[in-house]
Design a protein around this ligand. Structure first.
Ligand code: ADP
Ligand code: MG
Length: 356
């Protein structure tokens, strides 16, 4: 048989393939947009999605806004106002986003509208990108801040569209993302709406327990106990000198062992403020409960672990949230001790042999 000709893909096709790689599902778009709103210093972030985000996604914030003459740059490839943060990439957990590519990438696989007005600008403006075609900047009436709308995600990438799951499943992913940011930023009023119905709305009053109340309800919020641990010289997770301890602090809330569910989804862990799914952190949390959890039951936890920036390695692929610690055993032990101390204080577990 004749060997087939090798052809170079046109730019548009390359762009769409790349976009499908990083934008996996509606929740990945929501993550980027919420992160942009937080980066913009918003004190309110309102997320609303239609049909799990497959039909429409809207994120509105009251942040610094985008000046009219910057709207085109905002949706362009490799364009960012966060150059300083890019250097943080090497230092571990900083703003990753898509490094100037989120809006560009989303615009390649949807109908994207960015509408914005900086608080001191008299009028707002908007720009639309349809499947990579960038439209003109037009005047638009809008409140101070930015609204990003994403319609018909994957309309031009049928292969990616086929991978979308049921609406309920896609919405679960969106909910997990928005919840994780709401809990990490109790000083920001974060709300989520699905098909016109409010899922939750936090107050943004800075209180983690109040954010937990908004997200998980009263029963859970009332059963949460405070975790606040810092290393002392010689303590588990610490070192001889507390100043260069592998873990600087563990804070947050964990639930009473009887307030448990059949899924691990309610174990939220953050490293240096960034939401991560680190199995080491989850396991350490569960270990702290000892035998107090019923079989196959998992507690609620919102735990913030602070480690020296150089000691944590974030997989920089935008889809991955996994981290690797230089000193994993020490991190595990610190988290376990932190949760154990909190549970012991409340008489919820029995003291075991002294820890070494
Ligand atoms: P990155 O966040 O990595 O810079 P993005 O593509 O997500 O890349 O955004 C590009 C630029 O658009 C940002 O650097 C920022 O200047 C601007 N921008 C995006 N979203 C917002 C927002 N909600 N508020 C203010 N500026 C925004
Ligand atoms: Mg971004």
């Amino acid at each position: 048989m004749e060997p087939p000709d090798i052809e170079r893909l046109d730019e548009r096709t390359v762009q769409r393939i790349a976009a499908g790689e990083v934008v996996e599902r509606p929740a990945s778009v929501v993550k980027e947009l919420v992160e942009n709103s937080l980066d913009a210093g918003a004190s309110r972030v309102a997320v609303s999605v239609e049909s799990g985000g497959t039909e429409g996604i809207r994120v509105r914030d009251d942040g610094v806004g985008i000046p009219e003459d910057q709207l085109e740059a905002a949706v362009a490839e490799h364009a960012t106002s966060k150059i300083g943060d890019i250097e943080d990439l090497d230092r571990g957990v900083g703003t990753l986003g898509f490094r100037g590519e989120a809006l560009y990438t989303v615009g390649a696989v949807s109908r994207l509208t960015v509408r914005s007005r900086p608080p001191d600008a008299e009028a707002g403006a908007e720009i639309t990108v349809e499947g990579g075609d960038v439209g003109e900047v037009r005047p638009a009436g809008c409140p101070a801040g930015t609204t990003v709308e994403v319609d018909d995600l994957f309309f031009n990438t049928p292969a990616r569209e086929k991978f979308l799951k049921r609406t309920a499943t896609e919405f679960d992913h969106v909910n997990t993302v928005v919840t994780s940011y709401a809990l990490a930023n109790p000083d920001v009023a974060v709300s989520l709406e699905h098909d016109g119905r409010e899922t939750f709305a936090t107050e943004g009053n800075g209180d983690l327990r109040s954010a937990v109340l908004a997200v998980y309800g009263r029963e859970v919020a009332e059963s949460m106990i405070d975790v606040d641990w810092t290393p002392e010289a010689g303590e588990a997770g610490g070192t001889a000198d507390a100043d260069d301890a592998p873990v600087e602090r563990v804070t947050g809330l964990v639930s009473h062992p009887e307030t448990a569910r059949s899924t691990r989804d309610y174990l939220s862990t953050y490293v240096n403020g960034r939401y991560v799914t680190a199995s080491a952190l989850r396991e350490a949390t569960l270990d702290a409960y000892g035998g107090q959890l019923a079989p196959d039951r998992y507690p609620f936890a919102v735990l913030f672990v602070e480690v020296p920036a150089g000691d944590v390695d974030v997989n920089v692929h935008p889809r991955k949230l996994e981290v690797r610690f230089d000193e994993e055993p020490a991190v595990r032990s610190a988290v376990e001790t932190a949760v154990e101390d909190a549970l012991l204080d409340h008489g919820l577990i029995r003291s075991t042999a002294p820890r070494g």
